[in-house]
Structure formats: C-alpha cells, structure tokens
Design a protein around this ligand. Structure first.
Ligand SMILES: C[S@@+](CC[C@H](N)C(=O)[O-])C[C@H]1O[C@@H](n2cnc3c(N)ncnc32)[C@H](O)[C@@H]1O
Length: 473
C-alpha cells in the first residue's frame, strides 16, 4: 500500500488518542484514521501515509452504516467542531469511558485497588457552550469548482483558509444562533469584505458570543482587520442599535482591532456598548469575564468536574498548590478549606484575572504566581515551601518532565490530577506511581491511584476530562 491508494471495506474499531480512530487493514497493519468516523461503520479509506508500522488514512466514504449511528437531529448541521452529532449520547459516553479505561491498561498492576467511577455526563448535551467563536472568510476551491467570497461560520475541517457557512450550531443555545443570524445578515449587506489569511486583505475576521448563563448577560466580540475608522463607526452604530433592541441580554459589545497575521481573536479592544465585563457564577462564586479571559466553556459541566475534584480531597487542611491554574477557579473554590493556596499559571492575563476573582469573592489566603509550574515547584521546594495537597490541571501535553520530580519531593498527602488527555495522563501517572523512574526520581515518594472519574464536558466531540486521586503510598 502506498500514498493515495484506497483501502476498501474497513471496519472502524475504536477511538484512540486525539480524536483519531483505529482499524486493521487486510495485511494486518493497523490504520490510524483522522476525521469524524463512527465505530463499527464499514468505510473506504484513502492512505495519507504508508509507514512501516502502520498506515495513516482519511475516510473517503461510508459503505455500511454503524449500528451506533443515529439521525442528525432536525435543523442541526454537521461540522468539524461537533463531529459526533450522529452518535447517540449514551454511546458517546461508552466510547469515552472505554478510552479512559484503556489508557490505564499499562498501569494494571498499579490499579488493582483503584475505584473506577462511572463517567459523569454533561448536564446539557446541546447548546451547552457559553462561548462560541465564528469566523468569516472565503471558500475557494478549483477542484470543487466553488468560488465563494463571503462565508460566515466555521473552518472547513483541517483547512485554515476555507470557511463553511453555519446554519445552526448545535453546541450553542438558540439565542446565540439567533444573534449569529442577525450579524450574518448585517455583515453580508455591508460594503466590507471577508478577511483573506493568504493576503492579509479584508475586513471581517471573527465573531465571538460569550454568555454568563447564571446572570443572563451576553458579550459580543467582533474581530476585524482595521482600526476604528469613521466608516466602521457608522456601520457598527446601526448594527449595535439593532442587536441590542432585539436581544435584551446583550450587555457588552466589543470591537477588536485585529490587524495581526495569526488566525486568533486578539487586538486592541474598543468597547462599543454596555459594560466591560460579564459575571458568571460557578458553584456559588462569581467570576468576571472580559473579552480575553479564560473561562470553562461548559459552565454546568465545569461544576460537575470541580465538584468531583473537590470531593476527591480527603484531607482538606494545610497548604494547597493549584498548578496550571488558569484563572484560579479550583484554588479559589478550595480556599475555604486550606490555610494557604498558591495558584500557579503561565499566562499573565489569566493569573491577573484570578487575582481579580479572588478579590471579588473576598478570598484572602491565595497567592497568584505567574510563571511555569516546573520553575515554581523547584524554587518553592528549594526555599523550604511545603505542600499538603496538590491539584494539577495541565494542558493536553501533560506535565513538563521536570515538574514531576519536584512534585514528588513535596511528599504531599494527595495529588488530584485533572486531565484533558488520557494518553499524557497515563504517561505522567506511570512516573507518579513509580512504574517508570530514573536516577532522579527513584528514591522519591510513590503514589497509589485510588480513584478515577471521567467527566464529559464536551458532548458531540471526542474530548474527555478525567479526574484522578493519588494518595501517598
Ligand atoms: C487545562 S487549563 C487549566 C485551567 C484551570 N485549572 C481551570 O479549571 O480553569 C491549563 C492551564 O495551564 C496553563 N499552562 C500551560 N503550561 C503551563 C506551565 N508550564 N506552567 C503553568 N501553567 C501552564 C495554561 O495557560 C492553561 O491556563
């Protein structure tokens, strides 16, 4: 088999890392498949790479539907951000649970006494996102004979320069979809063009809707490739008026002067309407959301995740390290139980938002440290700092290898590991439990995995969170 050859009649076996799927070719080699497959469907695949050990392939067509496939709910649209809309929700939970259990396969000698709790479902499965980012752009493809200069919706899968129109985003609520449609009409009727990332020319770039569901406040963010000129001002004055007349929950509208090359929502913010921030509550505490603030996108799902993490901590006293803290949500929620909390986060704006959130909630026993967790842990240890409980919530890559020896050296009673990637979670756990150790870590304390709970915060996507409790062995 070589590149571009077609593999026919292949059965999709299971989900593996990063939203990819696994199957077996007729020559016995494994196939790693990119894209939105459904387990047990029979498909034809195009080979993208033929490696010695395996093939990498892309789904071309479905030959036989999977028994797990359900009809697309009426009015909904399939797109890259919600590839699992045609898999029944109970089956999605099963697939995710199995993926987490498999990640622990290599740790089976260390998980004999571990309690694997059932997966926690998202309280809402549609319209659960409190933040939705739409993009403007073009769809130009000589191969498909399409030349459309105005598209507004989402990126075509894996294509940074092609946008597909959104008709209804299943993960956004109805109001967000209605607002999107009004902005769609306005922008199409305008004299401004969509941005072209190849040339850097064009006006419309991104549109973000953020909602604080608990307070019914909605923030709109327009990212456009210009400064705030007179012409732009006239256009936006009318659109802002029409939007705010129709949607009473809109409490804040920003324009971002986004003239940078990178395809990200950034730039100088100009407040066009209302208040600078919206306020969301999470487990009874208030969190302020500015245009660039990080906040968990599934509010009710995040409450489930944090509640599970908090319930895993058996000894709530002493000093808590909240590493990879984002805006300090976990540390702030846990501060009432601990004498002192250190909240460590790399991104300065997130760390500063954390400080503001602590102040807003009258939390005084928390220090916000902006920097790398690996550097903080080493320095803090060298200065004689102690930690009784440690919570880590790293990004998809897991913990930096130098963080783990420092963590182990604290000899904390418990470590709570919140992970968004089962593969890197399993890798880091191998070191924490003592399965893989080197000269540096050989003599350091070992941990037992006592509890594992998968939490689904992202229905209709392959993403899964896992909360793990480790206790000093
Ligand atoms: C999964 S988020 C955790 C968010 C937070 N715990 C929450 O629940 O809102 C991971 C965070 O780790 C931060 N981060 C990434 N690398 C880091 C590092 N080396 N040291 C400290 N923080 C880091 C990211 O900026 C991000 O905010």
């Amino acid at each position: 088999m070589s590149k571009n050859e077609i593999l026919t009649g292949i059965t999709i076996e299971k989900l593996i890392f990063g939203g990819k799927w696994l199957a077996t070719a007729s020559d016995g080699k494994k196939i790693i498949i990119t894209g939105g497959c459904i387990p047990w469907s029979v498909v034809d695949l195009r080979v993208l790479k033929a490696k010695k050990s395996h093939y990498e392939a892309q789904e071309l067509r479905v030959v036989k539907k999977s028994p797990l496939e359900v009809p697309l709910p009426e009015g909904f649209q399939m797109y890259g951000g919600a590839k699992w809309l045609t898999i029944g929700y109970q089956d999605q939970l099963k697939i995710k649970s199995e993926q987490v259990s498999e990640a622990f396969h290599h740790l089976s000698n260390y998980t004999v006494k571990t309690i694997f709790h059932p997966i926690i479902a998202s309280p809402e499965i549609y319209g659960y996102r409190n933040k939705v980012e739409f993009s403007w752009g073009k769809y130009i493809s000589a191969k498909e004979e399409i030349h459309d200069e105005f598209r507004f919706g989402f990126h075509a899968q894996g294509q940074f320069d092609r946008i597909i129109d959104c008709t209804y985003c299943a993960l956004a609520d109805k109001e967000t979809n209605d607002i999107f449609h009004m902005v769609d009409q306005f922008s199409r009727a305008s004299d401004f063009s969509t941005y072209d990332p190849k040339t850097g020319i064009g006006f419309w770039r991104h549109f973000v809707v953020r909602k604080a569901t608990s307070s019914n406040e909605t923030m709109l963010i327009f990212s456009v490739n210009t400064t705030y000129t007179h012409e732009v001002k006239l256009f936006f004055t009318e659109m802002v008026q029409k939007l705010t007349e129709k949607f009473a929950d809109i409490s804040s509208i920003y324009l971002l002067e986004n003239t940078g090359k990178a395809d990200i929502v950034t730039g100088n913010p100009v407040l066009l309407f209302g208040k600078p921030a919206i306020t969301s509550t999470l487990l009874g505490l208030s969190f302020e959301i500015q245009p660039k603030s990080f906040f968990q996108v599934n509010t009710l799902g995040a409450e489930k995740l944090y509640t599970e993490a908090i319930s895993f901590i058996k000894n709530k006293w002493g000093i808590l390290l909240d590493l990879y803290a984002g805006t300090g949500t976990i540390g702030i929620l846990l501060s009432k139980y601990f004498e002192k909390v250190y909240s460590v986060e790399l991104i300065e704006s997130a760390s500063r938002d954390g400080e503001k959130n602590a102040f807003k909630n009258d939390v005084k026993n928390i220090d916000f440290v902006c920097g790398k967790a690996e550097v903080f842990a080493k320095d803090f240890l060298e200065k004689g700092g102690k930690a009784d409980t440690i919570v880590v919530d790293p990004p998809r890559d897991g913990m930096h290898p130098s963080t783990i020896p420092a963590l182990l050296s604290f000899g904390a009673r418990e470590i709570i590991y919140v992970s968004c990637n089962p593969a890197t979670l399993a890798r880091d756990l191998e070191v924490l439990v003592g399965k893989t150790r080197d000269e540096k870590t050989e003599k350091l304390p070992k941990y037992s995995i006592t509890d594992v709970t998968p939490v689904d915060m992202f229905p209709h996507t392959h993403h899964i969170e896992t909360v793990v409790r480790l206790a000093l062995a």
